[in-house]
Design a protein around this ligand. Structure first.
Ligand SMILES: [Cu+2]
Length: 149
């Protein structure tokens, strides 16, 4: 191998490593098909950051929906309320666990109702303009958790 080939190989490896550092994923992403007339749904699963540094998600998008944001369900004077969490910070050491009655990605303004069996694709853009894709399985309205593997 010539010196030049070795250098190119090294540079490529460097680029691949950089991409791997910022890897953000949604594991076991799931939601329930909304009841008729409801144009919103809540997404659950575990958001993980496989990198070495914190990642901030600055924009979440779903085609055919008005808004996607991170919500936390909180009890306030005996009332269940949802609090908007912004910015969304993902620490490398700790998964962000989203489950019913807790954290969730709230989708609002759905143009049409996703049906059980469909897969939704959330586009997540980080503060550094990196784009990640989260897959979300739509389950029946009665579902209590993610699809078993
Ligand atoms: Cu919500």
């Amino acid at each position: 191998m010539s010196f030049k080939t070795g250098l190119v190989g090294f540079l490529l490896f460097g680029v691949i490593s950089l991409n791997a550092v910022a890897e953000v994923r949604l594991l076991e992403g799931w939601t329930r098909s909304p009841p008729p007339g409801v144009d919103r749904l809540a997404i659950y699963g575990r958001l993980v950051n496989d990198g070495d540094t914190p990642v901030v998600l600055s924009r979440l998008e779903l085609a055919g929906a008005g808004q996607v944001m991170l919500h936390e369900t909180v009890m306030d004077a005996g009332q269940m309320r949802m609090r908007h969490i912004d910015p969304i910070e993902l620490s490398p050491s700790k998964a962000l666990v989203m489950a019913p009655q807790g954290l969730h990605l709230m989708v609002m303004g759905l143009a049409r109702s996703p049906q059980a069996g469909e897969t939704l694709t959330i586009k997540a853009t980080t503060r550094l303009d990196e784009v990640h894709t989260f897959l979300v399985r739509v389950q029946p309205i009665t579902a209590l958790g993610p699809v078993p593997n």
